[in-house]
Design a protein around this ligand. Structure first.
Ligand SMILES: Nc1ncnc2c1ncn2[C@@H]1O[C@H](COP(=O)(O)OP(=O)(O)OP(=O)(O)O)[C@@H](O)[C@H]1O
Ligand SMILES: [Mg+2]
Length: 412
């Protein structure tokens, strides 16, 4: 049994750090492992208080608990932080047990430990890394927040700039429309003059007749002439009204009859078309309806017809013709305005819808006409616009939505 015990002791001492103290904590035994880890020689340790390896970081209360436990004859277990002779730290998993004599009194204490320094160091290093990582993380988060804030600001500035540019563009478009409208008004004033020529001469005759009748005292004839004059004046004022309506932009989209739009345009241009000896050939079903801004479509067709009229000026007077057709196709209304003026040169075909492109003399063309037409058809009316050379002339084809039936479409 004594030999077995010796073997146990040897095995324990070889694999562990072992020390013994007397009841006051004075070292009475250390093994080689204890000397190795503490850096002290056996000689330096024996007879010294065990607190020689105490680490200054360890609070006093820890030792009180240790002493209270072992003095009450119980085993104490802890992971202790110790300091070696050269000041370095080591950690040991420690079990301290009191050894009792026959009477059950404490004879001495034995402490058996094993080195866990590398574990603890690793854990600490891990903890440090974790802290570093979380610091980095929070720094990163801050930087991301900062960058996001900068980006948001940039975005806001960009949005502001885009809105400003869009406003500028709208202003430019507005000016162009104004310019084109003024040009068209110039044309229409000529037409008003033409349409007034006839009633004005009628009024001249009325006044002359009334003068004669009043000399004769023919009251009945005076009344007749007066009524006639009133009718003539009403017709004249209707002409003005028609023109005014034509140039007033209508804000709401509506269903309307295509034939009405064409008739309106032709009545406005009646003067200049007949003066230019142009034969206008219309083939439109009365019931064809379309949806959108009626007046804008009139403006677009007016521009196309004026272009055709201009182009036809090079043609012999008895051959000048404009054909206007309309039909439904694939859920859209097609309106075709074709002339026989020779067509558009291939080199300029791609440019005619660009703003300010004109082949006319600066005094007669601004080059805005077809640009406005395209804007009206494609942007305002949600339609499409194309042109091709056909049958000895240009054919402008407008495609606009029908939107349902002609329910609610009323002739005005
Ligand atoms: N029916 C047509 N036949 C031949 N060329 C045409 C016809 N319509 C337009 N063009 C060509 O397209 C060009 C551009 O037309 P657009 O209506 O945009 O401008 P413009 O008629 O020259 O000037 P304005 O601004 O006074 O209308 C014209 O200058 C002309 O060369
Ligand atoms: Mg034009």
């Amino acid at each position: 049994m004594g030999q077995e015990l010796n073997q146990y002791k040897k095995a324990i001492e070889q694999s562990n750090i072992v020390s013994k103290t007397d009841i006051d904590g004075i070292i009475t035994f250390v093994n080689d492992e204890f000397c190795k880890i503490s850096g002290y020689s056996e000689k330096e340790l024996i007879g010294k208080n065990h607190n020689i390896v105490r680490h200054p970081d360890v609070p006093k209360s820890d030792f009180k608990l240790l002493w209270d436990t072992i003095l009450s004859k119980k085993t104490f277990k802890t992971t202790a932080k110790n300091m070696s002779k050269n000041g370095s730290t080591f950690y040991v998993n420690t079990t301290i047990a009191p050894i009792l004599d026959k009477n059950g009194d404490i004879q001495e204490f034995i402490a058996i430990r094993y080195d866990v320094t590398s574990n603890i160091m690793l854990t600490e290093a891990l903890k440090n890394k974790e802290e570093e990582l979380s610091l980095l993380n929070s720094m990163l988060e801050k930087r991301i927040q900062e960058q996001t804030r900068k980006l948001r600001m940039l975005n806001q500035n960009l949005e502001k700039r885009i809105t400003k540019e869009a406003e500028k563009n709208r202003e430019k478009d507005r000016l162009m429309f104004q310019q084109a409208r003024l040009a068209a008004m110039g044309e229409t004033i000529g037409n008003i003059a033409h349409q007034w020529r006839q009633p004005l001469s009628e009024l001249g005759i009325v006044i002359f007749t009334m003068k004669k009748c009043s000399a004769k005292g023919d009251k009945k004839e005076i009344q007749k002439q007066y009524d006639h004059a009133k009718k003539v004046i009403a017709r004249m004022s209707k002409t003005i009204e028609d023109f005014r309506n034509f140039f007033n932009p209508v804000k709401d989209k509506n269903n309307f009859f295509v034939k009405d739009v064409i008739d309106e345009v032709l009545s406005i241009l009646e003067g200049s078309l007949s003066k230019a000896a142009i034969n206008v050939n219309i083939k439109i079903d009365e019931d064809i309806t379309a949806y959108g801004y009626k007046n804008e479509l009139s403006q677009a067709i007016l521009n196309i017809v004026i272009n055709a009229k201009d182009a036809l000026s090079h043609k012999p007077a008895d051959e000048r013709e404009i054909k206007i057709n309309s039909k439904y196709e694939d859920g859209f209304v097609l309106i075709s305005i074709a002339d026989n003026a020779g067509g558009i040169d291939n080199e300029v075909m791609d440019k005619i819808f660009e703003p300010y492109f004109t082949t006319k003399h600066a005094s007669s063309g601004t080059g805005l006409g077809l640009y406005i037409v395209k804007m009206i058809i494609e942007n305002s009316m949600n339609g499409a616009m194309c042109v091709k050379n056909q049958d000895g002339g240009a054919n402008f084809i407008i495609k606009i939505p029908i939107q349902g039936s002609n329910n609610g479409t009323e002739r005005t």
